[in-house]
Design a binder for this molecule. Structure first.
Ligand code: HEC
Ligand code: HEC
Ligand code: HEC
Length: 440
């Protein structure tokens, strides 16, 4: 009897679920079926589209060096195998030459390209808030200003059965935010709203900076979703830190102007970009107008932990500098720091402005997850080359000369010196990072 009741309940729940899905399916089909009117592709519309393509960083994924722009082919890892980005030039047989504005909108905001659901590696889960005028401008740019290229698309490397796309449709129903044009939250100034539109939408900051759930869905889509949004996440072998203002050694210590400078030039007196943020800056944010960059920075500054007690700001502590000056390298990692790092980052951890980043009071160095610092010590890094700072400075990688324990020690030294406070990295974590970075 109880079993029967249970089965009936489960059956009922399933029917309800399928019905709900059918309804949402029909309604999102409908929403997409509205035939959109393409605007006249005036020079101004096309220029706006080109600018938005920069903001959306379409080139980062759809362009591959030494191949025609936007002809696709970038390999992207997924948990079940690699997929490749597609040709989005106006070529009729291999690109999106046959896409109407409605088809383009369905791909960009709904994640459905001519009937099949896209992998969320295409960040439609962020682009969903794009306004109709901006979708149309992007369409005009790709249709009329990007040269057609006939590079064919590459099939995924995913084995059959797993490569069927219907589970992606379920994923989309369950986890993708419902496409709707951005609307400012009550009380937002026009400037903050402009920053929110960009950061939550085309800028897709959340794709890397917001933690994901077990189905790889972003756990929050907008600032209104609460304190998980942009609270920091692992992306490949780096940690994209929290962009919220929640205590000492976080972005809360950066002024809006400092955040703006970082987005436009790839660095400021407090830190320099590395990992995938370098690509974001070189292909996308350096091209923002300074007003748009400032608006984005001001929006980020509105994200705090509601109810968190305000914390004292960072205070420099000269203990380690004094010890090193007096020849005392007894703190674990201090000798390694002197021998390998101090020539550039200086014994006082203050670096040289815009050349060798300051490690003291640096949010990256103190991020709650030590992954980025470990990766940067293992692999080294180059400052991003941008219009504003064309020179490039290099940090060498130390993977070949420091053991896992050495890397852990020197990382922990920089994370706990000159006033820095952060948790310890272990030799085991260094070993795992080393094997991730090794070629597949
Ligand atoms: C983070 C990587 C990434 C970024 C950024 C990105 N895309 Fe994509 N895009 C993809 C991938 C991967 C696919 C193919 C997904 C699949 O096969 O399911 C795709 C597919 C598409 C498609 C469907 C094309 C087809 O032939 O089916 C369109 C249209 C598209 N992208 C447009 C854009 C535009 C416009 C931008 C910038 C606003 C953009 N994409 C930014 C990764 C990206
Ligand atoms: C492709 C992944 C990716 C995307 C998309 C991305 N970021 Fe990042 N971001 C990172 C990584 C990784 C880091 C850590 C490395 C660094 O500091 O340069 C980072 C660092 C940063 C930092 C420095 C934070 C600190 O405390 O030092 C800022 C500011 C930042 N990102 C802003 C943004 C904004 C704004 C956007 C959206 C316009 C964005 N990011 C989109 C990956 C990404
Ligand atoms: C030859 C000079 C040089 C040496 C030696 C060096 N670095 Fe660096 N370091 C740099 C440069 C240049 C950057 C900026 C790289 C970038 O922007 O991608 C950097 C960046 C960093 C960062 C990221 C900071 C930020 O805000 O982006 C950390 C952490 C770091 N170094 C730690 C170390 C440690 C620990 C050592 C010793 C094991 C070391 N460095 C040795 C030049 C050096």
């Amino acid at each position: 009897m109880r079993l029967k009741r249970l089965l009936a309940m489960v059956g009922g729940a399933l029917v309800a679920l399928i019905a709900a899905m059918a309804v949402s399916y029909v309604s999102d089909q409908r929403a997409g079926e509205k035939t959109l009117m393409a605007p006249t592709p005036t020079a101004a519309v096309v220029a706006r589209g080109a600018y938005l393509a920069r903001l959306g960083d379409c080139a980062a994924c759809h362009s591959v060096p030494a191949r025609p722009a936007f002809s696709g082919g970038l390999r992207m890892r997924t948990p079940i195998g690699a997929i490749y980005t597609t040709n989005i030039t106006p070529d009729v047989s291999n690109g999106i030459g046959r896409f109407t504005l409605t088809d383009f909108d369905r791909a960009l905001r709904f994640g459905v390209a001519k009937g099949h659901t896209l992998y969320p590696a295409m960040p439609y889960t962020s682009y969903y808030n794009t306004t109709p005028a901006d979708v149309a401008a992007l369409y005009a740019y790709f249709k009329y200003a990007v040269p057609a290229s006939s590079v064919p698309n590459r099939a995924t490397d995913i084995v059959f059965a797993l490569s069927m796309r219907w589970p992606l449709t379920f994923w989309r129903w369950l986890f993708a935010p419902k496409p709707s044009p951005f609307a400012a939250a009550p009380g937002m100034t026009n400037e903050v709203a402009k920053g929110a539109y960009f950061a939550e939408g085309l800028g897709h900051c959340g794709e890397c900076h917001t933690p994901r759930g077990i189905f790889l869905q972003a756990r929050a889509a907008t600032g209104a979703d609460g304190p998980t949004y942009l609270s920091g996440a692992v992306i490949e072998n780096y940690f994209a830190p929290s962009l919220r203002s929640d205590g000492p050694g976080t972005l809360g210590e950066w002024s809006a102007d400092e955040v703006t400078q970082f987005l436009l030039t790839g660095g400021n007196t407090r830190g320099i970009a590395f990992g995938s943020m370098t690509d974001v800056i070189t292909h996308s944010t350096q091209y923002m107008t300074s007003e748009d960059a400032l608006a984005t920075a001001k929006y980020l500054k509105t994200l705090g932990f509601p109810g968190a007690t305000p914390q004292p700001s960072f205070v420099y502590d000269a203990t380690e500098h004094r010890a090193l000056k007096n020849g005392d390298a007894s703190k674990p990692g201090a000798m390694l720091y002197l021998n390998n790092c101090a020539a550039c980052h200086r014994p006082d951890g203050m670096g040289y402005e815009r050349v060798f980043p300051r490690l003291s009071g640096n949010p990256i160095v103190q991020a709650r997850n030590p992954l980025s610092v470990v990766s940067i010590v293992l692999e080294g890094s180059r400052t991003p080359r941008t219009g504003a700072s064309p020179a490039q400075f290099t940090m060498p990688g130390f993977a070949w000369r420091l053991s896992d324990q050495d890397v852990a020690d020197v990382v922990n030294f920089v994370r706990t010196s000159w006033g820095n406070h952060a948790s310890a990295a272990t030799a085991d974590a260094v070993r795992r990072t080393r094997s991730y970075a090794a070629p597949e």
